[in-house]
Design a protein around this ligand. Structure first.
Ligand code: MN
Length: 481
């Protein structure tokens, strides 16, 4: 939705928080006064930007402090107002949020200067203090990317690259898939315009072609579920353009992409997820190795769902994703779904879960405690959290997520400290390989352990890429001295 006006925001907020609408109006007037006279490159008054950011947040049913911080998010940077003013005129919470968002804007991953490095470190560690800062920043970036057409070509490419490098991973880590895929597509559109157009055309042709088959399947599954009086909702979903681009780049053909077309099936509870799975497998022939149970084994960003790819009508491969309504909210909005599911206490529960369950936060804390030197800290964060991920298999078929460039040492420690400490060799895809072998997507990895081994050798610390493995190797060798 473009060209939001204040009334749209108010209507959105009224949907879930009638009591605090006046507070939001006041924040709007305040920001509008401060930005008065400033214009965007599109020629529109500047306030349209914070207004849209606040709207994106209200659409996720964000709490009122977050919506207000969205309205005020550029005032510290672009106007005379101070953090103390905002704390005084609104509250300390909003002031902290706006301040946090302003700091992230100054984050610079590529600078080599000491002061910048120290600053970047401070920012990275502070964003984990209140996850809402990341969410506001993502809304900010999303609106900037949606309106990128008014920037110079150089700026477009620069912003798109930065989005792919920093904001897409952040969206992934908090599980906000809907924002992630929109950011990816917007970036690709500016980075590879020709490619984007080509895939876009192919995709819409494919959607047209397969529409009949998908609708037929949707109707059949819906009828089966209704017959058993299982509350349900089913949606058709195609992979985003960037997702298709990535697969084509890996050498796959369009017809090989097994999850290009998907049916998203939402039901009321977990037991009915498995019941639905059984019904689908009974009706449509599944492909054996494409079944995944992310309900029993959630992804590191808390994504939960059952995935199974089956032969649909016309022998077309169709992926079905089965989950509960609540799981679906988490799948679209990640941590932010808590605003809707947990209502009042959302912020505390979000923060608690970020620390306890989301791998991103654990890794960040780990890296922070390991590296005293700011340059090493920043490059480790970049390497471990902001580079591409690979997925490899254990012998049991479990999927392990690792940063690109990871070795069997990282894999072993990810399984358990014991396995890492007693590793004596490794097989990758049934072949014996050296311990510094670089793992690739979809490798099957088998670690050979020996309880009588001498433990990890000191030089392994340099071979490992993940800070957890490095830390464990260092600790083991420290104990020996
Ligand atoms: Mn902004």
């Amino acid at each position: 939705m473009n060209n939001i006006i204040l009334n749209d925001l108010i209507t959105k907020v009224e949907e879930y928080n009638l009591a605090e609408v006046e507070f939001v109006k006041r924040a709007y007037e305040y920001a509008n006064n401060l930005h008065n006279g400033q214009v965007r490159q599109s020629g529109e008054p500047y306030i349209t930007h914070p207004l849209n950011v606040a709207y994106i947040l209200a659409d996720m049913h964000a709490d009122i402090d977050t919506v207000c911080a969205g309205l005020l998010h550029d005032t510290l940077e672009d106007t005379e107002v101070t953090k103390e003013d905002i704390a005084h005129d609104f509250n300390q919470n909003i002031a902290n949020l706006v301040d946090g968002v302003t700091k992230i804007s100054k984050m610079n991953f590529s600078s080599k200067q000491d002061q910048n490095l120290a600053n970047t470190r401070k920012i990275i560690t502070s964003i984990t203090e209140d996850v809402r800062i990341i969410i506001i920043k993502l809304a900010d970036r999303l609106h900037n990317m949606r309106t990128l057409e008014f920037k110079s070509e150089f700026k477009q490419k620069e912003n798109a690259l930065e989005t792919m490098e920093i904001f897409v991973p952040l969206a992934y880590y908090i599980g906000a898939y809907r924002i992630k895929s929109e950011l990816e597509d917007l970036s690709l559109r500016y980075l590879k315009p020709d490619m984007y157009k080509k895939i876009e055309e192919k995709k819409s042709r494919l959607e047209e072609e397969s529409n009949k088959c998908l609708q037929e399947m949707l109707f059949k599954i819906q009828t089966l579920l209704n017959d058993k009086t299982i509350p349900n909702e089913i949606k058709v979903r195609t992979k985003n353009i960037y997702g298709i681009y990535k697969r084509l780049n890996e050498g796959q053909r369009l017809s090989d992409i097994h999850d290009l077309l998907a049916l998203k099936i939402m039901v009321d509870d977990v037991a009915n997820c498995y019941l639905t799975l059984g019904m689908i497998h009974h009706e449509y022939h599944p492909i054996n190795d494409k079944f995944k149970d992310y309900i029993c084994n959630p992804k590191t960003n808390m994504y939960k769902s059952l995935h199974t790819t089956v032969f649909g009508p016309d022998d077309r491969l169709v992926q079905t994703q089965i989950r509960t309504f609540d799981m679906d909210k988490v799948a679209s909005f990640g941590l932010t779904a808590y605003w809707d599911i947990k209502k009042g206490k959302a912020r505390d529960i979000m923060q608690e879960d970020l620390k306890g369950k989301f791998q991103f936060f654990k890794s960040l804390t780990e890296i922070n405690s390991m590296f005293g030197d700011n340059q090493q800290f920043v490059s480790q964060v970049k390497l471990e959290l902001f580079s591409d991920l690979i997925y490899v298999y254990t012998t049991k078929g479990d999927i392990i997520e690792l940063p690109k460039g990871a070795t069997p040492i990282d894999f072993a420690y990810k399984l358990s400290t014991d396995i890492g400490n007693t590793m004596v060799g490794v097989f990758v895809n049934d072949e014996y390989v050296p311990i510094n072998h670089i793992l690739h997507n979809k490798d099957r990895v088998r670690i050979v352990t020996d309880d009588l081994s001498f433990g990890p050798r000191e030089e392994w610390e340099n071979i490992a890429r993940t800070s957890y493995a490095k830390k464990m190797i260092r600790e083991f060798n420290k104990e020996l001295i």
